[in-house]
Design a protein around this ligand. Structure first.
Ligand SMILES: *Cc1c(COP(=O)(O)O)cnc(C)c1O
Length: 207
């Protein structure tokens, strides 16, 4: 399990201090804000950038060029653009598919029922490595329901591994469950989280 420090609204100097204390992976939600920090911290050779926010299709080029991971891909159009714009020269872009696990109107992500078909298509894209699934469950549900939501996502990942992994290239690892934030990270870890995305528990409350 790895820890992503979610650094939206934080200053580059805060990220630099965390990096110097040993934190290498940072998650950002807003592209322009992220690009400013990526530029300011370009001297940190081992820093790893994760995009976890909503994606506008006219902003995919900068995502493809500046990030190591994108956790919030929820439609084929975006995945295709990211693959094209990543180009063939560098390493593939690590991608998670975001699932709207509680089917909330307000939330990004594909529905579980649409996931197998989407995953199958994304796996064929040349410059993307489909790593797994991401979700942001409804935080207001009772703990038992939250646990069940994480379990549903873990089951969906397992189903993809069983149905889709065979015959794919080894770098299509499907090894990632990106779940768990400050308020629910214990439950997420219990359900098998491989990335937890933690903001306030690291940096304090946001304004
Ligand atoms: C802000 C955010 C987090 C971190 O939330 P905290 O409650 O501050 O830990 C994690 N994931 C996503 C997608 C976020 O937008």
């Amino acid at each position: 399990m790895r820890l992503m420090a979610v650094s939206k609204t934080r200053q580059a100097s805060d990220l630099r201090a965390a990096y110097e204390a040993g934190q290498k992976a940072f998650g950002e939600n807003y592209l322009q804000e992220a690009l400013t920090k990526i530029d300011a911290l370009a001297d940190l050779s081992e820093i790893e950038w994760h995009f976890i926010g909503p994606i506008q299709s006219n902003k995919t080029r900068q995502l493809a060029e500046a990030f190591d991971w994108v956790h919030s891909v929820d439609r084929l159009k975006i995945a295709r653009r990211l693959s094209e714009q990543r180009g063939g020269s560098g390493s593939p872009l690590n991608v998670c598919l975001q699932v709207n696990i509680n089917e909330e109107d307000s939330k990004a992500g594909c529905l579980l029922g649409d996931l197998p078909a989407l995953a199958r298509e994304v796996m064929t894209l040349p410059n993307i490595s489909l790593r797994g699934l991401m979700a942001i469950p409804d935080p207001d549900q009772p703990e038992a329901d939250l646990r069940a939501s994480f379990r549903k996502l873990a089951d969906a990942l397992q189903a993809l591994q069983q149905n889709e992994y065979h015959g794919k290239t080894p770098d299509t690892a499907l090894d990632t469950l990106s779940i768990g934030m400050s308020a629910d990270l214990e439950l997420a870890i219990e359900a098998g989280a491989t990335w937890v995305r933690v903001g306030t528990a690291i940096f304090g409350a946001r304004d």
